[in-house]
Design a protein around this ligand. Structure first.
Ligand SMILES: [Zn+2]
Length: 246
């Protein structure tokens, strides 16, 4: 009977370590993925601003070309002013001149605004690029860390799985099924040692008579409160000591 309970408790110790390994690994991939997603958002942001900058600069060049054309026309109109033959012609020409001058002023104004906007965009792009560079550093670090952990975990996991197989072979099928069922229902912990008169799984007090029976190790007892398989502190201590050397 000592072996029956002891083996279950050893299985519990192995599974707890396997759970811990999985937990360790379970966290880093998430962080790496989140960093990756954040980097993508920043890169898209930069791309959008670069595109806006390019569009603005195109508009500016088009304005410059149009301003040049209008200035050429202005020169022509102003030369023609000296050759007008009547008021009607004079009015028509001054109208054209006013129109061209207003247009030039408007486009020059727009170009100033574009210049300001391009300046702001350049600063923003620089800032985001700085943030992105920092994230890339962090990403590299975390990715390295993850690779290392996976490499270390693989060895330890293989070792633990070997130990697990060996102990499962010694456990009765029914006991194993009971263990797995409780483990699934109780957050991974199916076997609880009795410490200071209580179930260590839920702190429910075990009556003294029941404590004696558990110590005798003649059969399996479950905690009446949480349903976990109870083992005596003595067995737990013995198995923990032998497990440390494995
Ligand atoms: Zn309990």
């Amino acid at each position: 009977m000592k072996g029956r309970l002891g083996n279950l408790y050893e299985l519990q110790l192995i599974d707890k370590q396997l759970d811990e390994l999985e937990e360790l690994r379970g966290d880093l991939p998430l962080i790496v993925n989140e960093l990756n997603a954040h980097m993508e958002v920043l890169q898209n942001n930069i791309n959008a601003k670069l595109e806006e900058k390019e569009e603005a600069q195109k508009t500016r060049l088009a304005n410059d070309a149009e301003i040049n054309t209008l200035q050429e026309k202005l020169k022509k109109y102003k030369a023609q002013l000296f050759k007008v033959r009547n008021n009607k012609e004079y009015d028509a020409l001054t109208k054209e001149i006013d129109f061209s001058e207003t247009n030039i002023l408007e486009m020059e104004e727009e170009n100033k605004e574009i210049e300001n906007r391009v300046g702001v965009l350049s600063l923003e792009i620089e800032e985001i690029q700085d943030e992105l560079n920092k994230l890339q550093e962090e990403f590299k670090e975390k990715e390295e860390e993850l690779k290392k952990i996976i490499a270390i975990n693989e060895k330890e996991e293989a070792h633990l799985n070997k130990l697990r197989e060996a102990v499962v072979e010694k456990i009765r099928k029914n006991d194993y099924n009971t263990y797995m069922r409780i483990r699934k229902a109780k957050g991974g912990i199916a076997v609880a040692p009795v410490y200071r008169g209580s179930c260590s799984g839920c702190h429910n007090v075990i009556p003294p008579q029941r404590q004696l029976e558990i110590k005798q190790n003649n059969r399996l007892f479950s905690c009446e409160a949480c349903g976990r398989i109870l083992v005596s502190a003595e067995i737990a201590k013995e198995i923990e000591a032998s497990f440390k050397n494995k």
